[in-house]
Design a protein around this ligand. Structure first.
Ligand SMILES: *Cc1c(COP(=O)(O)O)cnc(C)c1O
Length: 426
């Protein structure tokens, strides 16, 4: 489809597929838009330094020694069910169960927590209270909590980013303020308030909540605003997922190479989480990994920004879409400009999915695999159901990249991004 057809299709709320004409070759460990593999490693190392603190402050992580990670789960029953309906999926199918990430219950754990930890580490180092060689368990103390209580951390959120950042910041002792858009679910607000986080509610969409938070933070020199639309520290926090999945694949005896392509289906809001994950995987696997972003038909901000080349200068309202969707984690009208630039030559494509399908997938996952996730987390399944069907854009992509004869050995990972803290009555 050309650009006009794509816009028309998005405007008509049709499920749309966009394959990135700017996709380029990518060597592992290469420099990408001025960033390198060391940026992924640096974030990973920061998580490692904080392990003793996390294990101490969040006892639910103690048995994993403070590691914030989730399972990579084979879901053969889903493949079977989709194939009964004509999907023709070849290769192995996994779910990345980020709903089970500790502390945040969503993909936001890696990004949000990383940025809060970086702020905390930098402040304490500047104050001469902390050295990189220290055992960071000492941060779980009244001395540090009272030090951090002079500072405020603020963020705009549709829910999950607020949970990740709010919980982590409050636990460290910071004053935490989360600016929530109209899409945020009540239980997410209640949870944060119960942990001492200040929740401010807005009638407007995500972009407006972010703008208010940013403004408010500027008036206070001891306040940090975590800017989901532009943050490198979120991005590289997310990117660490690739290092962990590489180990999980290796442990499962699975190689990723020219004969064993890896396909990722990543739910996308502003693009930080799927973008960071894509960066990390490209640094590890180069051209052998193919990353696709999934968005709701009412909020395809990344697809729109990329297909038009307008990045963050266009929003879904400009083409008559509401941005309203049951996928609250993806209810974003305008993508991150930073992420769009980073993804220009890395992302393979993007696609949209209807809210009705999200509910079907959510139910399917519960019925077949007994895995509970939120609607946002199911967006990737649409890509899985189409990639091997034939006679569509996906088919073109597979042929264009010479992948046809390798699809039997393909590995598909549907990234289930959240819902772990969701109450049972939701
Ligand atoms: C935030 C979120 C995403 C997407 O992350 P972005 O960085 O906004 O693109 C996907 N799924 C869930 C459940 C989320 O909360």
């Amino acid at each position: 489809m050309n650009e006009m057809d794509i816009i028309e299709s998005l405007r008509g709320r049709e499920e749309t597929v966009w394959m990135n004409p700017g996709l380029d070759k990518c060597e592992p460990r290469s420099e990408i838009e001025g960033y390198k593999f060391v940026h992924v490693k640096a974030a990973q190392n920061r998580f490692m330094r904080f392990l003793p603190y996390i294990a101490s402050a969040f006892p639910e992580t103690a048995d994993k020694k403070g590691v914030i990670e989730s399972g990579l789960i084979p879901i053969p029953a889903v493949k079977e069910k989709m194939n009964e309906e004509g999907a023709g999926i070849k290769g192995r199918v996994f779910l990345k169960d980020d709903a089970r990430l500790p502390i945040a219950g969503s993909v936001k754990a890696r990004g949000g927590i990383h940025e809060v930890l970086k702020i905390a580490e930098t402040l304490a180092q500047k104050a001469g209270m902390l050295w990189p060689t220290d055992n960071y368990q000492k941060i779980d103390s009244d001395e540090f909590r009272s030090f951090y209580s002079q500072y405020t951390i603020q963020v705009g959120s549709t829910g999950n980013l607020g949970i990740s950042i709010g919980r982590m910041a409050a636990k460290l002792g910071f004053r935490a303020i989360v600016h929530m858009s109209r899409d945020a679910r009540q239980w997410k607000k209640d949870l944060l308030r119960s942990e001492g986080v200040i929740v401010k509610e807005y009638e407007g969409d995500y972009g407006q909540a972010v703008a208010s938070g940013r403004r408010e933070s500027l008036t206070d020199e001891k306040s940090f605003f975590i800017d989901d639309e532009n943050s490198e520290d979120l991005f590289f926090g997310y990117s660490t997922a690739a290092l962990r999945v590489q180990v999980q694949l290796r442990k499962a005896g699975i190689a990723i190479d020219e004969n064993h392509p890896l396909f990722l289906y990543l739910p996308c809001g502003v693009g930080g989480a799927p973008g960071g994950i894509t960066f990390g995987f490209k640094e590890l696997f180069g051209d052998n990994v193919h990353c696709f972003f999934a968005e709701p038909v009412e909020a395809p901000c990344f697809l729109l920004g990329m297909a038009t080349g307008e990045h963050d200068r266009i929003c879904v309202r400009d083409i008559g879409l509401s941005g309203l969707t049951i996928a609250d984690g993806l209810a974003v009208g305008k993508p991150s400009g930073f992420v769009c630039r980073m993804m220009e030559h890395l992302v393979s494509g993007a696609f949209t999915v209807s809210d009705a399908k999200l509910l079907d997938y959510q139910k399917m996952l519960m019925d077949l695999e007994n895995i509970r996730v939120e609607p946002s987390a199911c967006a990737g399944f649409k890509g899985l159901s189409e990639i091997c069907r034939g006679g569509n854009e996906w088919d073109w992509y597979i042929k264009e990249h010479g992948l046809s004869e390798h699809m039997d050995q393909a590995v598909h990972i549907v990234w289930a991004t959240g819902g772990g803290l969701m109450p049972w009555d939701q």
